[in-house]
Design a protein around this ligand. Sequence first.
Ligand SMILES: [Zn+2]
Length: 208
Amino acid sequence: MHEQAFRQDDVAESELVTRRGTFRAVAFRADGFEHMALVFGAAPPREDVLVRVHSECMTGDIFGAMRCECGEQLDSALDAIVREGGGILVYLRGHEGRGIGLVAKVRTHVLQDEQGLDTLDSATTLGLPVDIRDYSPAVRILKHLRVRSVRLMSNNPDKISALESSGIRVTERVPLLMAPNDHNIGYLTAKRDRLGHDLPQIEGCVTR
Ligand SMILES: [Zn+2]
């Protein structure tokens, strides 16, 4: 598969000083969404790069919601990249609720809270798909940054196949395991049992 290169007009790049350190922030326009890559390290390597491809989750990432583990994974991935001294976080917009959007995601929360449905059934009950995230912008971004192979921080086998089928080699999967809490154990269990995520840390935890 050959992804389109970005037009110069659709990319902008600057230094971004953060609490963790100084990143290169590269913003991209792709398919109606705007994404960002945070690149850390003096001379970013092209092989075996420590990478997180993070799906936008406003409630988790910005507001620290505890019904999913997105915010904690974002923090933990950025910490790991800085600790390692190099790496890239690709932040993908348009991925709310595995692609259904923010309003629909909040509707699924209502069904989860009122009817006890899990993260999949609450979507399908609303006639919505379970996961329609498109990872091709991440592939285009990584290729733009001249990355050839990655050590991917993820528990999601679908993300690995999406990258590999598009020509980004995944030389290692680095688990990103967050301790469960009372509010997200049901969500994590559904992700493990029904979406095939590798979440050994929740073994033995009891769903509410
Ligand atoms: Zn989330």
